[in-house]
Design a binder for this molecule. Structure first.
Ligand SMILES: Cc1cc2nc3c(=O)[nH]c(=O)nc-3n(C[C@H](O)[C@H](O)[C@H](O)COP(=O)(O)OP(=O)(O)OC[C@H]3O[C@@H](n4cnc5c(N)ncnc54)[C@H](O)[C@@H]3O)c2cc1C
Length: 304
């Protein structure tokens, strides 16, 4: 098994797979070695020494198992090779039965966008983020947003944000001095972590025309470029022309790369409208669930 990614999760998953008996043939990390950013490493230690030590123990465990982290390494092409997969990467070639990729987390913010919450594009994370007050209230009064839908901040930060929002929603304001200090510390830790793991984003400009951009509908980069060349320059038009983003994941994987690429090609600013318009159902829902929901609504008091 070969793993490529950016961030600590790839190493954690590699270790869990190795513990489960998988043979890890390559663990590629896009970021440079931490020794290149000693200040960020020190900051990590300063903001949460226990978590930083946990990370170091994880890496030591990998080393004991003979699994080295190849820094500055990213896949450039994956092709079928008999029963196996051949991965060309920046450091050479590797063959594996399976390849795992993790190049970041995307916030699931469709419900916020459907509710009309004002979003801004965060250029550091290349993601849409809801505008929020210190109490986590969005631009829509009474709508609070917490946790990963606002951008990945880790489980402890999500829990604290939830406490602050819950108290504010119930009492009109939240006065959690301790929670706010803890939240600031978790955010500082995350900031140092992603500084340490900073790596240039892979750009659609650099991929070959036959590369699948939308894996659900099997739309290639070549088809995307052809649609743009023929005058489809907004994301909705490209979707209608090619079916890109119309598959099971509803653009979850392709939209972020597509939004940036289309903006660069057209000279536009990335914003809310650069992403696919959110639509319900937000996730695939079975007919049985819809029927059950309808039955529940029929049973509500006052409906007869
Ligand atoms: C593999 C992995 C490993 C991680 N490891 C760590 C770690 O070691 N330490 C750490 O701090 N963080 C870790 N994280 C991040 C951490 O899990 C998140 O930051 C945290 O769970 C965010 O909490 P949340 O409540 O915002 O979102 P979630 O925990 O994702 O909860 C959201 C919930 O909403 C539900 N939901 C979504 N859409 C709908 C809908 N339309 N209707 C109804 N329900 C819906 C989902 O099913 C889910 O139960 C990891 C994440 C992953 C994916």
């Amino acid at each position: 098994m070969a793993l490529f990614g950016n961030g600590p999760l790839t190493a954690q998953v590699a270790l869990e797979l190795a513990r489960g008996g998988a043979q890890i043939v390559l663990l590629g990390e896009a970021a440079a070695h931490p020794l290149h950013r000693p200040l960020s490493a020190l900051n990590l230690m300063r903001h949460d020494p226990a978590l930083a030590l946990k990370g170091m123990r994880l890496l030591a465990d990998l080393r004991r198992r003979g699994i080295a982290v190849h820094h500055g390494c990213r896949p450039t092409r994956i092709t079928q090779d008999g029963d196996a997969l051949r991965v060309d990467h920046s450091g050479g070639v590797v063959t594996a039965d399976a390849v795992c990729l993790n190049f970041g987390f995307q916030p699931q913010n469709e419900i916020l966008r459907l509710l009309g919450v004002r979003m801004r594009f965060d250029t550091e994370s290349d993601q849409l983020r809801p505008e929020r007050s210190g109490d986590m209230e969005t631009s829509v009064p009474g709508v609070y947003a917490v946790g990963d839908c606002c951008g990945l901040g880790g489980a402890p930060a999500a829990a604290i944000e939830g406490r602050i929002a819950g108290t504010a929603a119930a009492n009109g304001t939240a006065d959690h001095i301790r929670d706010r200090a803890d939240l600031a510390r978790h955010r500082a830790f995350q900031s140092a972590l992603w500084n340490l793991y900073g790596a240039p984003s892979a750009l659609l400009e650099d991929v070959a025309p036959e590369t699948l951009i939308c894996r659900c509908e099997e739309i290639t980069k070549g088809a995307l470029d052809a649609a743009m060349d023929s005058g489809h320059t907004d994301i909705g038009a490209v979707k209608r022309a090619t079916r890109i983003g119309m598959g099971r994941c509803q653009g979850r994987y392709c939209a972020p790369a597509l939004a940036g690429y289309m903006a660069r090609r057209t000279g536009a600013q990335v914003g809310d409208l650069s992403f696919f318009a959110p639509r319900i159902p937000i996730k695939p829902v079975s007919i049985a669930t819809l029927v059950a929901a309808e039955t529940l609504l029929d049973d509500e008091p006052g409906d007869d």
